[in-house]
Design a protein around this ligand. Structure first.
Ligand code: DUC
Ligand code: ZN
Ligand code: ZN
Length: 470
């Protein structure tokens, strides 16, 4: 018998990339890379993918892993558990944040995250969070870290512990322009939130359901417009993360129409929940506390149209996992603290792809190709990982998902394999599911069975990809 030509062949599936759909297509993998696309000879291991979609593994470009929140609480997931949950949901690359807190050296922060990330289950890169743009950070650390491959950073326009002034934002944007990096914005107006919050608290409106009232849509709209204006002054591309509402999206549409290079991201929680969903007995609403907050059905419809027409460029999780019934999670400040003292965020790294496939592709809102673009190709392109990640092409890393479009799955927290004690999507019926996840040619999830060593994920140097920096 002749020797196998490939380590792995995924045979006869419908291969979907952002730009093409190939029926009855084999994918041949050798040494962790795609080596054949179309017809492949024998593989040491073979997967029969007839009736399945074969897509590039997801790239989650917005997730908080092993990070201390602005309220001082550590995320429930580290790079091992977060990476496993990602892989179970079809994601093979993550880009979490190396988050600077004031007074910290940015370079030391990156070193610390490298230690955390040495346990990563999937491949990873870091964005930086710049919260203290001191002379040393601006003059030395930030430029040199960009040159070393950390080519994106997030700035916050709100949160006492993290926010930058407009002047500081301009300084950071100047470095982004000079060094060829992309600045990501958390766009909410800090003073408006502080004023509204003070009034709500004074009126005794302290339970989780008031959280969205402290940060209504105009707060996001104004900050989005301001971020765009600041970027236009410097003439540098920016990206608005977690766009939640119709109003902010309108600002982005206008800016794109006049030629400003502004990318926009949204996340599953904004399509799934509305502000009224936080109105639950006791502290339950804290499970749905994230910022910017849940909005309205009108905003959800606007986000879907943005995903369809390209006003929204990518779909990330903003996974920020804080356990509900836990003094190290949502209850870090007591069993029923005011909404101002609850860590913000939801666990969403595992649900990201199944949610968008089920609600987007299966509901006829998105094509499968657009789905791939939103969850994989666009984030890889925008953040300098393409075409190593984000596509299925000869020479690309063999990061693949075999997706059963007709598999019906009821979502439960244990299924998602994170370290949480709840999922906001408990009970959701997902039509379509990633039955096999492959990372650099290694099958790391098969029918919910996870295999692969801790720390198998590799750091992705974003300098190495010509032509893909913004
Ligand atoms: N808001 C953020 O800004 N980051 C993490 C999660 C959240 O809700
Ligand atoms: Zn944010
Ligand atoms: Zn975030």
């Amino acid at each position: 018998m002749s020797r196998a030509e490939y380590d792995l062949v995924i045979r006869g599936g419908t291969v979907v990339t952002a730009d093409a759909t190939r029926e009855a297509c084999d994918v041949g993998v050798r040494n962790g890379r795609v080596e054949a696309l179309g017809v492949a000879g024998r593989g040491t291991e073979e997967i029969d993918a007839r009736g399945m979609l074969v897509m590039p593994g997801g790239v989650d470009a917005h997730c908080h892993i092993a990070q201390i929140s602005s309220t001082g609480v550590f995320t429930a997931d580290d790079f091992h558990s977060g990476g496993i949950s990602a892989a179970v949901g079809g994601t093979t690359t993550i880009v979490p944040f190396a988050a600077q807190h004031r007074g910290n050296s940015l370079r030391q922060v990156v070193r610390d995250y490298q230690v955390h990330a040495s346990q990563s289950f999937v491949d990873y890169a870091f964005h930086l969070i710049v919260s203290d743009p001191s002379d040393v950070v601006l003059g030395d650390e930030l430029p040199s870290l960009v040159r070393e491959g950390h080519t994106s950073f997030k700035v916050y326009m709100t949160y006492d512990a993290l926010r930058l002034t407009d002047r500081q934002v301009l300084e950071v944007l100047g470095i982004a322009k000079r060094e060829g990096a992309l600045t990501m914005f958390h766009a909410e107006n800090h003073d408006a939130i502080a004023w509204l919050t003070q009034r709500l608290l004074a009126e005794g409106r302290t339970s989780p359901k008031w959280h969205p009232y402290a940060r209504p849509e105009p707060v996001e709209r104004e900050a989005t417009a301001r971020a765009i204006m600041l970027a236009e002054l410097v003439d540098v591309p920016i990206l608005i993360v977690h766009v939640s509402g119709r109003e902010a999206l309108e600002e982005i549409r206008h800016a794109k129409a006049r030629g400003t290079r502004v990318y926009a991201e949204t996340c599953p929680q904004y399509l799934s929940f509305v502000a009224e969903d936080l109105d639950q007995p006791g502290f339950e609403g804290a499970k749905l506390m994230f910022s910017p907050p849940a909005r309205s059905v009108a905003s959800q419809n606007a986000l879907w149209s943005g995903l369809q027409d390209g006003s929204i460029d990518l779909f990330s999780s903003d996974h920020a996992p804080y356990r509900f019934d836990d003094p190290k999670g949502k209850k870090a400040n007591g069993d029923n603290p005011p909404f101002t003292k609850v860590p913000n965020g939801v666990p969403s790294i595992g649900i990201r792809l199944p949610y968008l496939f089920s609600e987007g592709v299966q509901q006829g809102r998105l094509t499968a190709q657009r789905f791939v673009e939103l969850v994989s190709s666009a984030p890889a392109q925008i953040y300098g990982l393409y075409p190593r990640k984000g596509t299925i092409a000869v020479g690309s890393d063999a990061d693949l998902v075999v997706w059963d479009p007709s598999r019906e799955v009821t979502i439960t927290q244990p299924l998602l394999r994170d370290r949480m004690d709840y999922t906001p999507w408990e009970g959701m019926q997902s039509l379509g599911w990633p039955v096999i996840t492959v990372s650099r040619g290694e099958i790391i999830v098969r029918d919910g069975e996870v295999s692969g060593a801790a720390g198998r994920g590799r750091f992705l140097d974003r300098r190495a990809v010509p032509g893909s920096t913004p």
